[in-house]
Design a protein. Structure first.
Length: 514
């Protein structure tokens, strides 16, 4: 499994140039890099001339039919030779759920160390993914605005004058230059914003991490992994996204470890509690059906798990039915089992930068669908974020201890203490890691804050009423009732303030008291 978790690393993710360099230094590709146990060689920029990079590794640059076949999420071994290296920059990466993207503003995202901006192109009616820098001033386009002509504008004085020409004059389309644009600026590729191939699939925006023109039509050769249940109206599809203060490797390894659930999430998740282990742990029977550098397929209990490198971890189970080798090998959704109760665990693990990762999660099911339709998403995110918080601090410190000790001699230092520069409040912060990216939680936070303010105003109004009408309210019972209502409103506002803080800002998790 080592090859599945080895990231291209020097810094760890170098900042790429949106245009391919004219020359390639072969020595930069021959020196091995290391992040504890990494053995992949480094590509300084995903946008280098792809032919030169592939030749330096002894591979062919011509697209093959095997590449297209490998895009099938249920055929993880297609077209993948055991001797070939896994190319991290030749994969589709999820950016964000579509439900959390606001068409009125650009969105800054980082994936694989690449700073990108996501914005809604009204002219083409789809989301675009650009390199997040204005070619004139290198200012972040994500700090700009979407102008009426559907062009992302940079918020700089010099960049604003030709912003429309910049954003709309990239290699795919070259309209006539505006009169205000300098002579020939629309013909110079350096004056054009760099665009990444992107596609909307399974209610998620995906992008290809290269702006090289040869990948303009990469979607015709290779598609992101497709999960049919996410587009099936008979299944729920409530998505969430969370920024995590630990790296991609730790995230993927932790999600794939079924033994950690009774211990790391003790008191939060229902697990079987055999008498041999009071925490709920027990033997885990897993059969590996397939395993290679593109992922694996495993059978467990009444379901199966698939990992499609580098991002998708997918599990499915059928209630009251055992998994068989046949329905594991085949796409279960193609079989006439819609009457059976099925639920899925879907995680899209995204490498962001060293020590940071992002996860998009959803848990579709084809029963009790009305619950998701009745309650807003932020209600479910309360519990889901608490589960992520419960082992966040453990994983953050674990990662830094291993980094400090070094992977090769980690066992020599496994009992030593290692410090972390971040407090628990910073690590488990929910607002910046989730709420600002989740449209449902933002709406829930706004509603609850308005309710809190209303309760405080009401309590003051009731007290004022008693003070102003002390002679009108002749009955002591009436006065006491109004005072009691005022105190009750104030107490409710204080409880609601605490609830808002725990739900949307910070909720600590102490394993000793769970």
């Amino acid at each position: 499994m080592e090859s599945l978790f080895s990231l291209p690393s020097p810094c760890l993710f170098p900042t790429p140039s949106p245009s391919a360099p004219k020359t390639l230094n072969a020595t930069t590709l021959s020196s091995p890099l290391s992040l504890h146990h990494h053995h992949l060689r480094r590509h300084r920029s995903p946008t280098r001339t792809a032919t030169a990079i592939l030749r330096s590794h002894g591979l062919s640059s011509a697209p093959s039919t095997a590449l297209s076949d490998a895009s099938d999420p249920f055929d993880i071994g297609a077209g993948q030779g055991d001797d070939a290296k896994f190319d991290w920059y030749a994969q589709w990466y999820p950016v964000a759920p579509l439900c959390d993207l606001d068409k009125r503003a650009p969105h800054a995202k980082t994936v694989m160390g690449l700073d990108v901006v996501v914005w809604w192109d009204r002219a083409e009616g789809r989301w675009q993914v650009f390199d997040d820098r204005c070619p004139h001033r290198l200012a972040p386009l994500s700090e700009g605005r979407i102008d009426p002509a559907a062009a992302s504008s940079a918020s700089t004085t010099a960049g604003a004058s030709t912003a429309a020409a910049t954003a709309s004059t990239f290699p795919r389309r070259r309209p006539a230059a505006p009169r205000s644009a300098p002579f020939g600026v629309h013909l110079n590729t350096k004056a054009c914003a760099a665009v990444y191939p992107s596609v909307e699939q399974n209610k998620v925006l995906w992008f290809w991490p290269s702006t090289d023109p040869q990948y303009k039509d990469i979607l015709e050769k290779k598609r992101p992994p497709y999960i049919e249940e996410l587009d099936d109206p008979s299944y729920t599809c409530s998505m969430g996204i969370r920024e995590l203060q630990y790296g991609y490797e730790v995230l993927v390894e932790n999600l794939m470890d079924p033994a950690h659930v009774p211990y790391a999430h003790h008191g939060l998740m229902r697990v079987r509690r055999p008498e041999a282990d009071r925490e709920g742990g027990g033997p885990v029977e897993i059969t590996i059906e397939e395993s290679n550098k593109s992922g694996f397929l495993a059978k467990q209990d009444a379901g199966y798990f698939r990992f499609i490198a580098p991002c998708l971890f997918y599990g499915a189970a059928t209630v009251n039915q055992s998994a068989t080798s046949r329905n594991v090998q085949e796409n279960i959704s193609d079989q006439p089992q819609q009457r059976l109760k099925r639920f899925l665990l879907i995680f899209m693990c995204i490498p962001v930068s060293p020590g940071r990762s992002r996860v998009i999660f959803t848990f579709p099911r084809n029963f009790a669908v009305w619950i998701d339709r009745f309650f807003p998403r932020w209600i479910f995110h309360m519990g889901q974020n608490l589960i992520l918080d419960s082992d966040l601090y453990l994983l953050h410190v674990e990662e830094r201890k291993i980094a400090k000790a070094g992977f090769s001699n980690w066992f020599k230092a496994c009992y030593r203490a290692a410090s972390t520069n971040s407090s628990r409040e910073q690590l488990m912060d929910r607002y910046w890691s989730h709420v600002v990216q989740c449209s449902s939680c933002r709406g829930g936070l706004k509603f609850l804050k308005a309710l809190e303010f209303s309760l405080q105003v009401l309590s003051l109004a009731l007290i004022g009423t008693v003070a102003a009408a002390r002679h009108s309210l002749t009955s002591a019972t009436a006065r006491n009732s109004v005072v009691f209502a005022a105190v009750l409103c104030f107490a409710a506002s204080r409880w609601l303030s605490h609830f808002i803080y725990k739900t949307f800002y910070f909720h600590d998790y102490n394993h000793a008291f769970k």
